[in-house]
Structures are given as C-alpha cells and as structure tokens.
Design a protein around this ligand. Sequence first.
Ligand SMILES: [Zn+2]
Length: 428
Amino acid sequence: MDGLTARRFGLSSLLDRGAVEAAQMASLREAVARARERSPWYRERLAGVEPDALRSRADLPRLPLMSGADVAAHGQRMVCVPQGEVARIVTLQTSGSTGTPKRLHFTRDDLAGTMDFFLHGMLSLADPSDRVLVLLPFEQPDSTGDLLIRALSGGGVRSAGLWPPAKREELAGLVRGFTCVVGLPQHLLALAEVLPFGVVRTMLLCSDYAPPALRRRIEEACGCETFLHYGTTETGLGGGVECAAHDGCHLRESDLLLEIVDPESGEPLPEGEAGEVVVTTLGRQAMPLLRYRTGDMARLTAQPCVCGGVTARLYDIAGRRRACILRGGFRVTSQELDDMMFGVDGLLDYRAALDMDGGRDRLGIEFLAGQGHESLERRMEQALRRVPGVAAALDIGTLALGPMRRVQAFSPSHTVKRTIFDQRGSTS
Ligand SMILES: [Zn+2]
C-alpha cells in the first residue's frame, strides 16, 4: 500500500508518516472546496467551514459528521458531477425506519482508483504465477468481481469469476488449477473443507467482519494463508488489505482518510482505541463523503508495521456496531454470535432469527453443516450459551432457544452485512 499511496500522491516512494498526513490534508482541503462548489447539500452543510483552516488531523472536527441516513435522504444533492459522468450507481438497502435506499455514485475515474487499489492490494497475496478465483458477483460490468478481474488482468495476473458459488461437492472440481481465492468468509470456509490440502496458497476474506475462529478453520482445513480485506461501497469497494505480517489492514491513504470516534459522542478517540470508523474520501469525483460514520467498529494505528510499511492500519475490525436488544435489556451483536458459532467444528454457515413465544424472546437457528457433521445442535447450543447477553437472558428466563433447523443452502448474498433477523415486531 505504501507504493500505491506514494504514487497516487506524487510522493517519493520512501514514505514517511508526516508526508502522508500532509498530502492527505492538502487533498482534504481540495475535496472540501470542491464539494462546496459543486454540491448544493455540501454548500449548505459546510457554509461555515473554511477549507484552509484544515491543517492537521486535529482540525477534522471542524467538519460535521455525516451518516447513512444523510446519504439516503440527500444523496442526489451530494453528487458533484453532471449525470453523464456517472459511470456506476450502487444501491444499498438501509435498515433505517424509512427504508429509503442509499445510492452511491462513481465516475469512471473513481472506479479506476478502486481497480488500482484492487491490483496492488492483491499483490500482498498473489503474483503472476498464481491463478485467482473470484467468488464474488462479477457478471455485471463494474461490479466488484468484474473490477477485480479486470484489475488483475491489467497486472498480468490470471483470474476467473464464479458466482453464485456452486454446490460444495462441485466446487472442489471447479477450482482445480487455482492457487488463490477471493470471497466471503462463509463461502471460503465451505470451499476450504472440500479442497485438497496445500493446493490453494492464499485466500482473501472480503467482508466487514471475519470471525477469528472461522479464519483459523479455513487455514487448518486447506493449509492456505488467509488475508483480510476491509472495504465497503462507501469506501469505494476497496479500503485496506493485510500484508504478510497480518497485523491490520493497510489503508489506501491516497484515497481515504480514516478516523476512529466515540460511537456515542462522535468525539475523535486516541490512536489505538476501539470506536466507530469514520471515512473521508479524498479525490472521489462523483460523490465525495466527508466524515461519514460507517457504523463499523475497529481500531486504527499509524505506527510503522513490521513489514516496513508506514500506511496506517485498521485492526480488530468488529463489524457492525448495531446490537439487538433482548427482553431484559441484554445486548447481543451478530459478531458475538459469529465468534462463538464459527468455533463449532462442522458448522459452515447459519442464520439467527429472533421471534416471540408466550411472552419470551425465542432465538432460532437455521444452519448449514459439512458432511459427517449431521447433528450439531448440542454444540451450537453450548456456543450460544457462551454469548454473554444470551446467557444472561436464558438465566432469568426471558429468552428461550428456538428450533435449530438444518438447511441445504443459503442465498449466496445472505451473509453480506449479517444481522440477527429480528422478527419480534411482526408477531405482536
Ligand atoms: Zn504491514
């Protein structure tokens, strides 16, 4: 990431932290001035902000925070280019009460920046001797998989897409000849369990959250080295990727400025503390985002990495902040469930749903199990009881564990932005 960041900023390739941060602030001043000039929403919103006053990271709170609700409500007024220059619009459903989707706009240049990152990020785990299998949607032009395949091709790395991922029994045959695989953690786990040991060298896990237990099982099952990617549509699909030191995702700092803030107060937190990830896009043409609250929890460090890189790293990425509140006031996040559930050997994927039964909450599980693991119910129940909020609610009797039902398959996209499906409202 250092090389990419230096080149895109026009800096010498021997980066130092001061130069990166100075270049980021210069880029931010331009982004703020441009947004005020071209977007009616930012013009009003940033009326009191003088771009030249933004000299260091300490000045960032001069810019107000923005949220997904702002993008859903005012996205069209954030667009800074004529409609004819918009190359792609990504529509994201929101979980908010209005249900208005977010529409993120990108120009051809914005997408080229993403591809530049994709290629250089992949060089952490693949080289031209590899063949890369992309288990992501790729058929639509400029979809994530399509951008990745084209980026790799531009760098001389052979690759192919497969979506939706085939049935597990067929996968092992389909992936013959590939030495690197990119996909969602649950799909890579299912694949790892049917692969011959040692054939696939590396895997890239794309998701906002990859449970450590799941990652360990992938590596043990097929002998590959796993790498994490952090990125969302808002970060321009790509955001950061681990190096071989596996000590956080190196960020593409030429295009993104990240902060960690207190999720309650919105105040910036000291380096290394866990909080909400706030993203500012630098150089994004179609629809810049300035101090956008992602809802993801993580830590950030700008200390040099053992790989020698100085680009900042995001680590302890814990995914969505939103918790499900159980009767009795106990909080449970889908990440806490994932951490325990993916420790269950043989469990490939699951879906948790909450409903009501006789005045109590009821937590039911649908699950996908590997061959030879026909009855996982008892171990899944033990795993659920290790989640503090679940254990507390079970103890006082306001929660019961519901049916655990084995399924043959899930929709390929159901794991993206996992949540606990809360169906309690619809039954009362
Ligand atoms: Zn590193």
